[in-house]
Design a protein around this ligand. Structure first.
Ligand code: NAP
Length: 296
């Protein structure tokens, strides 16, 4: 075990809740391997305290921060510099100290989301995105980068769904024919036809996460997924439980399934690259540490 001394520098994740975050596990194993005298902590932070907290951490020479639910959008205007990706999706998940005693905001969720899809050809294919919250923004941009033909966003609240579509569509190059973007409410019966014809379906809602075992559900309920076509790729951003009930059902329907663990690891590795300027990040070790922790 590493010794924490007077010269150990701090890294961490701010959010609420952060108690069950896997980020300290994956980052501290990587930091030890990289020989960096840094320590990564999960730090609970209420939205009202975010500004003062990041200012204090910057003054304490904190080497970098991850930002998670519900602070990703709130952190954006508090940064002195913002990366172009963060601007596009109005959300930051990584803060890097900048030269003027402030923070530079970046977003590694897009790269994390894309990593497990790198060997699947999704160009000109149809995708459904369940949810229109914070992580759905990164997913949407990822789908655009993949040159997806149609993105159908499913939401439960018409106002939120419409403003998500409007905001995310602003960045689409009007000269490009795709993606064609459509919003659909979860109760819309046409949803069945979209499910039958989609190549990729992403769950960016928290439905199915381990909280109370007896309450574990599937997004949109059970019945609608009987219409899944064999070979459709189901991508659940959730990684506890592994697999989720939705992915378990997908496996039974001969679908390809991807859970959120690789996204978590890849976005973490991308953040660590930004903080450390190391080219080589021990991603394999980060994955092993996460799996050991989840299986313990
Ligand atoms: P969020 O900003 O709170 O958005 C959640 C979305 O799901 C919203 O559109 C919300 O609808 C919808 N939703 C919530 N409960 C619902 C319900 N009971 N029925 C229907 N829709 C519901 O959360 P987020 O940051 O996007 O995170 C979503 C999930 O992704 C979480 O499980 C999170 O752990 C996971 N995640 C994983 C990674 C990873 O690295 N693997 C990264 C980021 C997030 P309303 O807007 O109407 O409330």
């Amino acid at each position: 075990m590493r010794t924490i001394s007077g010269s150990t520098k701090l890294l961490g994740v701010l959010g609420n809740p952060v108690r069950h975050s896997l980020s300290p596990v994956i980052h501290n194993s990587a930091l030890a391997e990289m020989g960096l005298d840094w320590c990564y902590l999960a730090m609970p932070c209420e939205p009202k305290n975010l500004e003062i907290t990041i200012k204090a951490l910057r003054n304490m020479n904190c080497k970098g921060l991850n930002i998670t639910i519900p602070l990703k959008e709130k952190a954006l205007p508090l940064c002195k510099q913002i990366s172009s990706i963060s601007k596009k999706i109005s959300a930051v998940n990584t803060l890097i100290p900048n030269e003027s005693e402030g923070w530079k905001g970046d977003n590694t969720d897009v790269a994390g989301f894309l990593a497990p899809l790198k060997n699947i050809n999704l160009e000109n294919k149809n995708a459904i995105l369940l949810g229109c919250g914070g992580s759905a923004r990164a997913v949407f941009l990822g789908l655009e980068i993949l040159n997806i033909k149609t993105i159908t966003v499913v939401g439960r609240n018409a106002d939120k769904l419409n403003s998500f579509i409007k905001e995310m569509s602003i960045n689409i190059n009007p000269k490009k024919l795709s993606p064609q973007v459509k919003g659909i409410l979860e109760k819309d019966l046409n949803l069945i036809d979209y499910i039958k014809t989609s190549d990729l379906i992403i769950n960016a809602t928290p439905i199915g996460m381990t909280s109370n075992k007896s309450e574990i559900k599937m997004p949109l309920g059970h019945e609608i997924w009987t219409h899944l076509e064999k070979g459709t790729t189901l991508y659940d951003l959730i990684y506890t439980p592994r697999p989720t009930k939705w992915l378990e059902n997908g496996l039974n329907m001969n679908c390809n399934v991807i859970d959120g663990l690789e996204m978590l690891i890849q976005q973490g590795a991308a953040s660590l690259r930004l903080w450390s300027n190391f080219e080589e990040i021990p991603i394999k070790l980060m994955r092993e540490s996460a799996l050991n922790h989840l299986n313990s």
